[in-house]
Design a protein around this ligand. Structure first.
Ligand code: 4AD
Ligand code: MG
Length: 430
């Protein structure tokens, strides 16, 4: 008999198949037993009765516990009332393992308990839907870049230099030498893009974020494209194209997961490129107008981002941040200006920043000045400065935080549920 997956079940109507999975839930009504079987690709209802089911199999159903691992054979039927449109008439059940006391029952649990049991929690239907959408988002952004001619060039995780400031570094003793866990692959992208033209890296980024917010993890995944000869407008266009494509693709391919999450997708349908753009000064003015105070020259904090992004129905971009709130590598708008050729993309509905990027300083003298004025160790950046010595050209790029993007698409409040095993202040288990 053929082993099939629930996601392909429509191809097997009228046929006998084998499903290998776990018992999600069960109920009985008179002489009939209804088993919700999940196999990682979906959930199907199996129906067992004295008439259709082998005697031995039928008699063991009442002792099956939630998450018992089972191999079920049966016949696929169309069933209009089923959420997936199909049911299985069960012939036989083989029990691989069955134990009572699975800690996560369908009743509600506190979030600390669930995080402590994250290794089991990933099986629950809402978590399953979120992580399936995460996988789709990752594939979508990579496909988008690949189709635009970008090559994936992985960046190292152990790094000698800080990319995004020295306050959020995780230090690692590297055989007696002090290194850090990477905050961003950008600096390495700047090297590989001079070799390959258009590149991206995708991997974990680490930030010792000491604040507990719904937007921050200490380990998150970043997708970072970088283009030689590109300017700010070029990468902003790339970013909006990528986000638009990804939202559409999730809408098309992960509709049932979005339904499981009860995500209202109306707003997604009206998302069109180009996205609205406002300059930093205008954004600060609007934040104050919306009732959160902030001064020119300051960065947006969580409350400021929340009100501003709550006033939009579509992703939008803030451009030309002042030097004071951006990293050393940002190129200035003009020599005497303190505005930089930078942008952030914010998701609407209060979600806030999902992308940060801009044009890089490609003049060696200017870059050296920036490194000095921020008291960064010149030695660690020797190789980076080399890039400005040989064939230096304008170039630009950005970084997308996968978890923030997934949180917005899924419509969930806290990004801790958007990664299989979240790392945050006070949590490195399991
Ligand atoms: O804005 P950030 O710090 O930009 C950079 O790291 C650049 N070097 C990227 C580049 O130009 N190649 O981070 C980029 C994105 C943010 O917009 C956000 O989505 C995400 O990374 N991010 C975080 N996500 C979760 N937890 C955190 N602590 C995050 N910090 C940044
Ligand atoms: Mg940022």
């Amino acid at each position: 008999m053929k082993w099939v997956y629930i996601e392909d079940i429509s191809k097997y109507v009228g046929m006998e198949v084998e499903l290998r999975g776990w018992l999600h839930n069960k109920r009985s009504s008179g002489g009939i037993r209804f088993l919700l079987i999940r196999d990682g690709t979906g959930v199907i209802q199996g129906v067992a009765s004295k008439k259709d089911t082998e005697k031995e199999s039928f008699s063991l159903i009442d002792d099956l516990n939630q998450e018992a691992s089972i191999v079920v054979k049966g016949k696929v039927r169309e069933e209009k009332r089923s959420p997936i449109g199909f049911e299985l008439t069960i012939n036989s059940i083989q029990v691989i393992q069955n134990k009572e006391g699975y800690p996560i029952s369908p009743k509600s649990h506190g979030v600390d308990f669930l995080l402590q049991n994250r290794h089991l929690w990933v099986r629950s239907s809402k978590q399953w839907a979120i992580l399936r959408i995460r996988a789709e988002v990752i594939k979508a952004v990579e496909d988008y870049l690949w189709n635009k001619g970008f090559l994936r060039m992985d960046a190292p995780i152990f790094t000698p230099s800080a990319c995004e400031g020295t306050t959020t570094l995780f230090g690692v003793d590297y055989f007696g030498e002090s290194t850090y866990l990477s905050q961003s692959g950008q600096l390495y992208n700047e090297a590989t893009c001079m070799g390959f033209g258009r590149v991206y890296c995708f991997g974990p980024s680490f930030r010792a974020e000491k604040s507990k917010t719904r937007r921050h993890l200490t380990e998150f995944w970043q997708l970072e494209p970088e283009m030689a000869y590109a300017h700010l407008e070029d990468v902003m266009e790339l970013a909006e194209g990528m986000v638009g494509y990804t939202v559409n693709r999730v809408l098309k391919k992960r509709e049932s997961e979005l339904n499981t999450l009860e995500r209202d997708t109306k707003l997604f349908l009206s998302i069109k490129t180009p996205f609205p753009q406002i300059r930093y000064e205008e954004a600060v003015r609007r934040v104050n107008e919306l009732g959160e105070s902030m001064e020119l020259g300051e960065d947006f904090g969580a409350p400021q981002e929340t009100v501003l992004s709550g006033s939009f129905n579509t992703p939008f971009m803030i451009t030309h941040f002042p030097e004071s709130v951006k990293a050393f590598y940002m190129r200035k708008e003009s020599l005497n200006s303190d505005s930089t050729l930078s942008f952030d993309m914010l998701a609407p509905e209060g979600y806030g920043e999902i992308i940060g990027g801009g044009e890089r300083e490609f003049d060696r003298k200017e870059l050296e000045k920036n490194i000095k004025s921020r008291n960064l160790p010149m030695d660690a950046f020797k190789w980076y400065l080399d890039l400005r010595k040989f064939g230096s050209v304008p170039h630009a790029g950005f970084g997308l935080g996968i978890e923030r993007m997934v949180a917005w698409i899924c419509g969930i409040k806290h990004i801790r549920e958007t990664i299989p095993f979240p790392r945050m202040l006070g949590r490195v288990y399991p």
